[in-house]
Unconditional design. Structure first.
Length: 64
């Protein structure tokens, strides 16, 4: 995670979270080959106001 402030409230309490669905965690698959190993999706969010700063895949090498 970067060392920066929330653009909405200027808080520096930026945390990491994982995206989940009703049955488990949400994953990203390679567009051309959905049978390959996926990567979990995570996000950086402001602990103060809840604003989501970014989404990213944790294991981009799985999507090659």
């Amino acid at each position: 995670m970067g060392n920066y402030a929330c653009p909405k409230c200027n808080s520096e309490e930026i945390k990491k979270g994982v995206m989940g669905a009703t049955v488990g965690q949400v994953f990203m698959y390679a567009e051309k080959n959905v049978r390959k190993k996926p990567s979990p999706i995570s996000a950086e969010y402001c602990r103060n106001c809840g604003y989501i700063l970014s989404f990213y895949v944790d294991e981009p090498e799985n999507l090659e």
